[in-house]
Design a protein around this ligand. Structure first.
Ligand SMILES: Nc1ncnc2c1ncn2[C@@H]1O[C@H](COP(=O)(O)OP(=O)(O)O)[C@@H](O)[C@H]1O
Ligand SMILES: [Mg+2]
Length: 265
């Protein structure tokens, strides 16, 4: 299997501080990774590298076989091969645009609509992705009027639109209520188990948000890798406690995960 992402000794230094500190990590085709870590650990910074928008200060990053900063690498050819759904993207999208237009514009590598007549094939695809994420009844709703959960599902459909080889999700369940979270986890689980779905990397703070079908976990703290490997092997109470800096017990309940702090003595 080929590498979708290969980081070797990658550091990102800002104002003399390493936000990402000598990270070596490889994601192979078909794997579904979760990045776990406390606030400020460097999770979003790692995703920004994986999406080719941020270049490491030190070390090397190869994305979909293309070395970042390499002579033959054109990031403008690379970017459509990567789907990214995160808060930064939501802020760039026009609020007055409909849900359907919001997803459709991704096919043309833009954030705004510039004309009305899209290829009917693209429109069908946009509708199919929205349907898969349960957004069928919202096609004509303005993006700016959506609830948090509806907006997140729209962004994931949008990220799928270019048929990416790598799908990056930054805290897709953050801010959702319990029903919204469970609905999203179920849909992400379906996607994760689909052999035709792209390789995936999802950032989260909560083990409860790990959908069945996610295969690997990367745990980071203060920019450093604490653990990386198959979920069943690495998602242990010990690793999670080190990662979040307090005693935690992690349990598997069916095909889901849950964690809680130990009671104070
Ligand atoms: N451009 C930047 N310049 C300086 N510090 C930054 C910059 N971007 C992020 N940071 C800092 O880097 C750390 C890691 O950020 P981030 O990757 O967003 O963390 P996470 O997503 O894990 O919460 C944080 O302490 C954040 O404040
Ligand atoms: Mg973040």
């Amino acid at each position: 299997m080929s590498d979708v992402l290969e980081l070797v000794d990658v550091s990102v230094v800002r104002d003399g501080r390493a936000l990402v500190d000598e990270v070596s990590w490889s994601v192979k085709e078909g794997e579904r990774w979760v990045i776990l870590g406390p606030n400020g650990a460097g999770k979003t910074t790692l995703l920004n590298i994986a999406s080719s928008y941020l270049f490491p200060t030190k070390g090397s990053a190869t994305i979909l076989g293309e070395p970042l900063g390499g002579v033959g690498t054109d990031v403008f050819e690379l970017r459509p091969r990567i789907g990214m759904a995160g808060i930064a993207m939501a802020e760039k999208l026009p609020k007055g645009q409909t849900v359907l237009q919001t997803v459709l514009t991704a096919a043309y590598g833009m954030t705004a609509t510039w004309h009305e007549d899209y290829d009917p094939v693209d429109e069908q695809r946009a509708k199919a992705f929205l349907d898969r994420l349960g957004m069928n009844d919202y096609l004509d709703r303005k993006f700016g009027t959506l609830s948090e959960g509806e907006r997140k599902r729209t962004l994931i459909a949008r990220a799928m639109m270019t048929d990416p080889e790598l799908l990056l999700l930054d805290e897709p369940a953050a801010g959702l209520d319990l029903g919204g979270r469970e609905d999203l986890v179920r849909r992400l689980g379906r996607l994760a188990r689909d052999p035709y779905a792209p390789s995936m990397i999802m950032v989260t703070h909560h083990v409860e948000e790990i959908a069945p079908g996610f295969t690997h976990v990367l745990m980071i703290r203060q920019g450093k890798v604490l653990a990386a490997g198959p979920v069943e092997m690495e998602l242990t109470s010990r690793n999670l406690s080190l990662c979040f800096g307090l005693p935690l017990v992690v349990e598997r309940v069916g095909d889901r995960w849950t964690a809680q702090g130990l009671p104070l003595k």
